[in-house]
Design a protein around this ligand. Structure first.
Ligand SMILES: O=P(O)(O)OC[C@H]1O[C@H](OP(=O)(O)OP(=O)(O)O)[C@H](O)[C@@H]1O
Length: 390
């Protein structure tokens, strides 16, 4: 399945058709909402939506039924679900084995789990004590004696019984629950491998219990800078917020270009204060071309406000290079009216309609990256070559 891939419909369809795999979709759920899961909490992005959740006639609730996988209910949560299921299998096989002597290699293997587990209480204790101090030293503990599958058995035992998540009083979860839920749904639906592009945070690969290959759009964006921006060596790469600084600075380092950072503060006290959140520039952009790099533009507030600030600070031209051009709501109108001179996006999101309405929009194709990744996965080849330019 291709996720977050080229959304050029015909291209995706051709890739999937040729390889005999189903066509996937975007994974926009990895960006967390900007409020904790408390309906009456005043937040920023989704506050208005959150307030309407508390109205009695509103048809949806934050907590879905059945409940969203969550560390508090570990039997349904992704990783623990897997280990629980495996643990149950092992226990069942142990019971079977106690009724009849093992006749196959597999039965003999699982029988050894049962025999070894009691002897490993010292190792389990050490893991338990490590967990209580916030450190999991499972790998080193499990290598102290025994074979790999013996270690697996005791580790599974510990994970499913002893390390269930205990929230501290007052602890608020800041997790993209929708992202975890959708990852679990995809896995439950039968996917055994996921290919994504530029997850908002690479850590979101951990939402999945199956292998994930997260591709990057940076090589494509770098190619545009080198081939289409005149005198790009004199330009400045700008990150519009601290969260994207690593992404933008890696491009600046790779091309030997200077780097500037905009500090975006999104901590208003009231819903209506959101537009007043402040942006401050660190770096010199006067009389230079600025290239704003970001992973996504949704409302396009971030890039349009960045462009306004950069022009105010003396920038000659402002390009925005964005991997995922979601461009929802009135984003296109904002871009048209903004100080941005050009907005460059990839076709990880369909751009045909956006292009008709936005003369500043340039679209780069990333279909070949997905095609190569799929080909390599299909033939069991390494994917690392696809990341070497990042
Ligand atoms: O077009 P917009 O609606 O303004 O959204 C785009 C911004 O949102 C994301 O960052 P976010 O605000 O989530 O902060 P982070 O990078 O620190 O996670 C993303 O990295 C962009 O900067």
């Amino acid at each position: 399945m291709v996720l977050g891939g080229s959304s050029h419909p015909s291209l995706n369809a051709v890739i999937c058709d040729k390889l005999g795999i189903p066509l996937g979709n975007l994974f926009p759920y990895s960006r967390q909402n900007d409020i904790p899961y408390t309906p009456n909490k005043t937040g920023t992005l989704l506050s208005k939506a959150a307030n309407c959740y508390s109205k009695p006639d509103f048809p949806y609730a934050f907590e879905s039924k059945p409940q969203t996988p969550h560390p508090d209910n570990s039997p349904t949560a992704g990783f623990f679900n897997g280990t629980d299921a495996l643990h149950k299998d092992i226990t069942k096989m142990q019971l079977d084995e106690s009724n009849s002597s093992p006749t196959s290699t597999q039965n003999a293997r699982f029988a050894s789990y049962g025999k070894q587990t009691p002897k490993r209480s010292d190792t389990m204790d050490s893991i338990k004590s490590d967990a209580s101090t916030g450190q999991r030293n499972i790998s080193s503990a499990s290598m102290t004696n025994g074979t790999a599958h013996e270690n697996d058995a005791s580790t599974l035992s510990v994970l499913s019984k002893d390390t269930s998540f205990q929230p501290r009083p007052g602890y608020k979860q800041w997790v993209a629950q929708a992202g975890k839920l959708v990852a679990d749904l995809i896995t439950c639906a039968g996917a055994d491998h996921v290919i994504t592009m530029e997850l908002h945070d690479p850590q979101y690969q951990g939402f999945f219990d199956i292998p994930v290959d997260n591709l990057y759009g940076r090589s494509t964006l770098k190619g545009f800078i080198q081939n289409s921006i005149p005198n790009y060596g004199q330009a400045v790469i700008v990150s519009p917020d601290a969260g994207g600084a690593k992404r933008a600075s890696s491009i600046a380092d790779g091309l030997g270009m200077p780097f500037a950072l905009i500090h975006k503060e999104r901590r208003p006290t009231k819903i209506t204060d959101r537009q007043n959140s402040t942006m401050m520039l660190v770096g010199d952009v006067a009389n230079r071309t600025c290239i704003v790099i970001d992973d996504l533009a949704d409302t396009s507030n971030t890039v349009t406000r960045a462009a306004k600030l950069l022009k105010k600070e003396g920038a000659k031209m402002v390009y925005a290079l964005i991997t995922h051009g979601v461009l929802s709501g009135d984003a296109i109108e904002k871009i048209n009216a903004s100080h941005l001179d050009k907005v460059v996006v990839t076709n990880s999101v369909p751009q045909e309609e956006h292009q008709k309405r936005c003369p500043k929009l340039v679209v780069l194709d990333v279909g070949h990256l997905f095609a190569e990744a799929i080909r390599r996965v299909h033939h069991g080849e390494s994917l690392s070559v696809l990341f070497q330019y990042d």
